[in-house]
Design a protein around this ligand. Structure first.
Ligand SMILES: Nc1nc2c(ncn2[C@@H]2O[C@H](COP(=O)(O)OP(=O)(O)OP(=O)(O)O)[C@@H](O)[C@H]2O)c(=O)[nH]1
Ligand SMILES: Nc1ncnc2c1ncn2[C@@H]1O[C@H](COP(=O)(O)OP(=O)(O)OP(=O)(O)O)[C@@H](O)[C@H]1O
Length: 719
């Protein structure tokens, strides 16, 4: 079966998203990544197919606005960095907690809490390839980070005096202009649970989501929408837009890559616990532990990301690498996906924040989230994130490059070249699996120019075609078709089939002068070679990360995470099956279930000695530490202790006693085992002031030649 895909961006960029389209040379050559999407005049950015590595080329705020007409720009720039901006943006109203709870009880969602719990068994639509019973997955405490989160958020919640104060006219919901009216909202749940219970702006959001993706008509997802509305009622983002809008846009991004209803529901609820009185347990009991665990996982990732951002942790390569690994290994890979969608929407609406914060978030996104999207193989999101970061971090370079490229991007040339190639292949009787074309993204061009010290004319793959054929022989036959169609640029031919790269990468590359003299890089490979180039040793994510030496632990984990993505996201799964990847029905390695039974979490079974990465906070400084498998808190204290012999100048080591807290709770049993992503805070048992006094006392004694006494305050030290 052949699949033709071209995903391009129009110039001017206002049609970037709606220009995504496919060419089916045969009706059965369908690669409909938006299978569930309702027809929509304005496709969202994430409706672009993943095949071919799509790029969002123009990420400047103005252009973004033009591009994301389906919703994102309507939010304006609304990101509220909850933990950082609480004072300025959120406030408590005069409502007391109990009043808030009462209010919650009267909300439509309380009606739902009595619904049959089977609704909470995860997805109404069955998982794509393997059926999984999420209801059997329990989260344990369900609130490990809750105290931490509460503490961090402080007075973050802005409860309006009336949940219905918000009126649709207060918000720019132009994205809903073509949406259904509230009366037409689709759901079919409890008869007491009607659209009338929703404030007008929320009805607009729901109908808008339903018009974009039919998964928002799924009862389970609608129920999650109501719960999210209840949780965020009255809350606004920095720009004044309702917080719920962010949750819905995050969920739409997930829906548009074909995520299951469990993931979409968790996307709607991803901030519900951190920002309201809802608990993980409540979410688990209402929606099943699958959703509860995901929301908890996202919350934990958010906290770690905030810590890392505040400490600028990821600026060090080693720690950044550890963070990438930790993020993937500590949580269900689907939680990482939700966190990425959350970050993408926040980046799309970054304008509302002050410059310094825009840059801090852009830097963190580039250091942590882009590599995660790369590792998960979500290339559309990766490229959008990169391009947005580029705009904020290097506005001058971005401006310069985009103005040059505006002139040279020629997607019409790619479309016509692809058509021409397909026609010629047909005439020559060469069958192929997939033919695709892509523009290189602005940021990718910028990176390549910086890394290789090239100017723009020296980048030959700004426009590229890729052909996946059946056999090696067909590769060469197709090459000669290409050579007959166009002029080859001298010295640009590479035969990585005859001479594979060290990592095993195989493909034929040539650069031709295509239609209108646009240089066109053509890659030709078999599907086995392609799988190697996407998922194997020569995987694109590894190629893009450079020369890193990965432990088998990291490699297995990424492979696992990608497999989960394939399994859980229709679009990615179609991408793989279009080139004949059939192994996606089973994990690439025999992984056991997660300790709490979660089949989506990675566990280093194949390599039981894989390291554990732990966040250590000592003297208010955060670091990511690596420990061998099965290490305990005691082992960590030993390591920390080694760095804590503070007064070596006294010629005897004095180590302050450290009081560890594990995930915000005092440690009662230091032999307890550390887990990936644990946060260990080390605080001296002795207050700072006393330490100074003790130090002076010891110094005095030492000067007098006396032995430090074991009695009194000095007893608090142990060497
Ligand atoms: N997945 C994967 N792709 C690769 C690898 N090496 C090269 N490629 C692809 O091949 C393209 C060009 O590779 P080469 O022909 O070797 O070109 P180059 O010398 O690296 O640079 P240019 O010729 O300037 O593009 C890259 O843009 C990638 O798309 C690899 O190890 N893995
Ligand atoms: N000629 C091509 N045709 C179709 N897709 C391509 C082509 N070259 C690369 N791609 C895909 O485009 C996506 C974006 O790749 P990107 O342009 O960032 O890097 P690259 O071209 O693969 O590498 P480099 O920047 O080192 O040349 C990836 O999914 C990649 O596999």
């Amino acid at each position: 079966m052949a699949v033709s895909t071209i995903a391009l961006y129009s110039s001017p960029p206002s049609s970037v998203c709606s220009a995504s389209h496919q060419i089916s040379s045969n009706a059965s050559y369908d690669l409909d990544v938006n299978a569930r999407s309702a027809p929509s005049a304005s496709a969202s950015p994430s409706q672009k197919p993943l095949v071919g590595g799509l790029s969002c080329l123009f990420a400047s705020p103005a252009i973004k606005s033009a591009s994301y007409s389906s919703g994102a720009e309507d939010l304006g720039a609304l990101w509220h960095d909850r933990a950082e901006e609480l004072g300025s943006s959120y406030r408590y109203s005069s409502l007391t907690s109990s009043m808030k709870r009462d209010q919650a009880h009267q909300s439509p969602v309380s009606v739902l809490q009595g619904l049959n719990n089977s609704i909470g068994s995860g997805s109404r639509s069955p998982p794509l390839r393997i059926s999984a019973d999420f209801s059997s997955i329990r989260s344990g405490s369900g609130g490990m980070f809750k105290g931490f989160v509460r503490h961090a958020l402080g007075s973050c919640v802005d409860y309006e005096s009336s949940p219905f104060d918000l009126d649709v006219k207060d918000f720019d919901l132009s994205s809903s202009s073509n949406a259904l009216s509230a009366d037409e909202l689709h759901f079919n749940m409890d008869e007491n649970f009607t659209a009338i219970d929703l404030p007008a702006y929320a009805k607009g959001l729901l109908s808008d989501a339903q018009s974009k993706n039919s998964i928002f008509r799924d009862d389970f997802v609608v129920k999650a929408f109501y719960e999210a509305e209840k949780a965020h009622r009255g809350q606004k983002r920095s720009s004044g837009h309702p917080y719920l809008q962010h949750c819905v846009e995050t969920a739409i991004l997930l829906a548009n890559i074909g995520a299951s209803s469990t993931i979409v529901a968790a996307g709607l609820l991803h901030d519900a616990v951190d920002d309201s009185f809802l608990t993980f347990d409540h979410i688990s009991s209402s929606f099943g532990a699958g959703v509860g665990d995901l929301v908890e996982g996202v919350s934990k990732l958010s906290q770690l990301s905030k810590l890392a951002r505040e400490n600028n942790t990821a600026c060090k390569t080693v720690e950044a690498d550890r963070l990438h690994t930790m993020f993937l290994a500590m949580a269900d890979a689907r939680a990482v996906l939700i966190k990425l969608a959350d970050r993408l929407h926040n980046m799309l609406t970054l304008d509302a924040l002050p410059l310094i914060k825009q840059q801090r978030f852009a830097k963190e996104t580039l250091e942590i989230f882009v590599p995660l999207a790369n590792r998960l193989g979500i290339s559309t999101w990766k490229e959008q994130l990169e391009n947005i970061c580029f705009t904020y971090l290097y506005p001058d370079h971005h401006q310069e490059l985009s103005s040059k490229l505006l002139k040279s991007f020629d997607e019409a040339a790619i479309t016509s070249s692809l058509e021409k190639l397909e026609e010629a292949l047909k005439d020559a009787g060469i069958s192929y699996h997939c033919a695709s074309g892509r523009h290189k993204s602005l940021y990718s061009i910028y990176s390549k120019m910086s890394k290789k010290k090239l100017n723009m004319d020296e980048i030959h793959d700004i426009h590229g075609l890729r052909l996946i054929v059946e056999s090696e022989e067909d590769c060469y036959k197709a090459l000669s078709v290409v050579q007959q169609l166009w002029h080859e640029v001298p010295e640009r031919f590479k035969d990585y089939i005859a001479r594979p790269k060290c990592n095993g990468y195989q493909s034929l590359h040539t650069v031709v002068t295509g239609t209108d003299m646009v240089p066109l890089e053509v890659q030709i490979r078999t599907k086995e070679m392609h799988l190697q180039a996407e998922y194997g040793l020569a995987a694109h994510w590894r190629y893009k990360e450079g020369d890193s030496q990965y432990s088998s632990f990291v490699l297995q984990m990424v492979e696992w995470a990608r497999w989960v993505m394939t399994w859980q996201c229709e679009a990615i799964s179609k991408d793989r099956t279009s080139v004949g990847f059939t192994d996606s029905v089973k994990p690439p390695c025999t992984f056991p279930t997660h300790s709490k039974g979660c089949t989506f979490s990675w566990k280093p079974h194949c390599d039981a000695d894989g390291p554990i990465f732990v966040i250590m906070i000592e003297n208010d400084k955060m670091s990511v530490q690596e420990f061998p498998a099965n290490s305990s808190v005691m082992d960590l204290l030993e390591t920390a202790g080694r760095g804590s012999f503070r007064w070596m100048s006294y010629r005897f080591p004095v180590k302050e006693e450290l009081r560890p807290r594990l995930n915000h709770k005092p440690v009662s049993d230091p032999s307890c085992k550390l887990k990936m992503g644990d946060v260990v805070e080390l605080t001296p048992a002795i207050p700072d002031k006393s330490l100074v006094e003790y130090r002076e006392e010891i110094q005095r004694m030492y000067n007098r030649g006396a032995t430090p006494l074991a009695a009194g305050p000095v007893a608090s030290f142990r060497s």
